[in-house]
Design a binder for this molecule. Structure first.
Ligand SMILES: Cc1cc2nc3c(=O)[nH]c(=O)nc-3n(C[C@H](O)[C@H](O)[C@H](O)COP(=O)(O)OP(=O)(O)OC[C@H]3O[C@@H](n4cnc5c(N)ncnc54)[C@H](O)[C@@H]3O)c2cc1C
Length: 447
């Protein structure tokens, strides 16, 4: 029987295994060094914040794997020999495969800072990071201050986690405004204010120079690059982005760039070896997507797609329109299509921006300044419908049409209906239009 071996038990590897099982009787083994069972990485923060236990992050009961004949192996893969189709495991063991899937996810970036491997310094990615956090930052008696290095989605989650235990946080952000490589100026500025309102010591345009140790080899402070200031702390969280977790492939014949290089079928340069999830890098970006996309739902989509190919129905990975969601402390964020911040904003991209006076809700809409075609939307504190924007992007709606249909886009019309009027009035003032909201319900659009 053909043996399918998957390295990595995250969302991509596990989705693949489940779908192969639905489609076939093949022998399946999933290997992971991190945890025995699949858990939801995105829920790790809620374990620390006491909203759920670690067990609650595991969506499948332990019997699920045996019942579905998916073998789980807790081990680290040191090397892959693609000529003999064998994996070298830690502790000298080996394992043969017929088809191999690399689904090894990401690892937190470290940029060679002095002291980056001291006790009390951690990323916020793996289950072990959570365990370290429990050890070094259980409360504000043991951890008098934490310093977070790197202002992105994971950094702000870590800040929220620490603040939930009343631990003072200093947040070092290299950029001049929070996540402004991605977020347009108005949104980024609103999030700066929101972070400060949670009593987080946000330091913009600030880089880490070094982490210093006490006499026991534990973190005692950080030094700031720009000013030489020394900030005392007991924990340092490194959240300056992630990169594909592929160092163990260096000795193999599998082609890598930043990630494992794959084609549209998620195949590598070596027959019977594939890569999916955070660690996969497309040779060329698909449409206006990025070659590496370290997000949950793309890992799941790649797993579903590759299961078809592995089971004889060779199909391409087609991710569709970009979307994502996250949370900045109390503010929910959604994005559909592309709304660029400072980085990579094309000349033709124009923005309309609306912000509520309470400074926790805003919307930015991107459109083509010559054709008026809608390009994307960011929403903060207001939920919009995914299906609506998927349709709008596929059908290339004019931005004016999108504006008049905002009520249909709104996920929570009762709660937010006042804002639509306000938004369209601001749009009319900014653009000289005289548009009115249509009363069409979102269901009629898809009828
Ligand atoms: C704190 C946090 C919050 C997040 N929030 C969101 C969110 O809100 N929305 C969103 O879309 N995305 C979010 N993400 C990103 C999302 O979690 C990832 O994109 C996704 O989990 C990646 O899944 P994966 O299957 O590719 O890899 P992973 O989940 O990383 O799984 C890979 C597994 O392989 C193991 N492994 C690696 N190398 C080896 C080896 N050599 N031998 C054995 N095992 C190995 C790893 O230890 C790991 O267990 C978040 C990530 C983090 C860290």
């Amino acid at each position: 029987m053909e043996h399918i071996v998957i390295i990595g038990n995250g969302i991509s590897g596990v989705t693949l295994a489940r779908h192969i099982r639905k489609l076939s009787d093949k022998k399946i083994t999933i290997i992971s060094a991190e945890s025995e069972y699949f858990f939801s990485r995105t829920a790790l923060m809620y374990v620390f914040m006491g909203h759920m236990t670690f067990e609650h992050t595991q969506p499948y009961e332990h019997w699920f794997w045996k019942k579905n004949r998916i073998d789980l192996l807790k081990a680290y893969v040191d090397a892959i020999d693609t000529d003999s189709k064998t994996l070298q495991l830690s502790e000298g063991k080996s394992l043969a495969y017929d088809k191999l899937i690399i689904a090894t996810g990401s690892k937190p970036n470290k940029f060679g800072w002095p002291g980056q491997d001291l006790d009390g310094v951690m990323g916020m990615y793996h289950k072990q990071d959570l365990e370290n956090l429990e050890k070094y930052a259980p409360n504000n008696t043991i951890c008098k201050r934490a310093v977070i290095v790197g202002g992105g989605l994971i950094g702000i989650e870590l800040a929220e986690m620490l603040v939930s235990r009343d631990i003072p946080v200093t947040f070092l952000v290299r950029e001049s405004s929070f996540w402004n490589g991605v977020l347009p100026e108005g949104e980024s500025a609103m999030i700066n204010r929101h972070i400060l309102s949670h009593h987080i010591d946000l330091r913009l345009s600030t880089n880490l120079k070094a982490i210093k140790a006490d006499e026991n080899g534990k973190v005692k402070s950080v030094i700031i690059e720009e000013t030489g200031e020394e900030i005392s702390c007991n924990v340092v969280g490194l959240t300056a982005g992630v990169s594909p977790n592929i160092d163990f492939l260096k000795s193999s014949k599998i082609e890598t760039g930043k990630g494992v290089k794959v084609n549209r079928f998620l195949e590598t340069n070596i027959a019977d070896v594939y890569a999916i999830g955070d660690c996969a890098e497309q040779h060329e970006a698909i449409g206006n997507r990025r070659p590496i996309e370290a997000v949950w739902y793309t890992g799941r989509m790649m797993g579903e797609t590759l299961a078809q190919t592995i089971c004889g129905n060779r199909i391409q990975y087609k991710p569709g329109h970009w979307f994502n969601s996250a949370k900045f402390l109390d503010i929910e964020y959604q994005t559909y299509g592309w709304v660029h911040g400072k980085k990579g904003k094309p000349d033709y991209e124009a923005h309309f921006h609306w912000k509520h006076q309470d400074d926790t809700k805003c919307v930015t809409i991107a459109y083509h300044k010559d054709t008026n075609v809608f390009l994307g939307i960011n929403t903060f504190g207001i939920r919009m419908r995914h299906e609506f924007f998927d349709t709008v992007l596929t059908e290339k709606w004019n931005v004016n049409k999108v504006m008049t249909h905002l009520s249909a886009a709104n996920f929570d019309p009762e709660f937010y209906k006042l804002h639509e009027k306000d938004i369209i009035e601001k749009y009319n003032r900014d653009t000289g239009n005289n548009l009115r909201l249509s009363k069409i319900k979102w269901r009629s659009i898809f009828a």
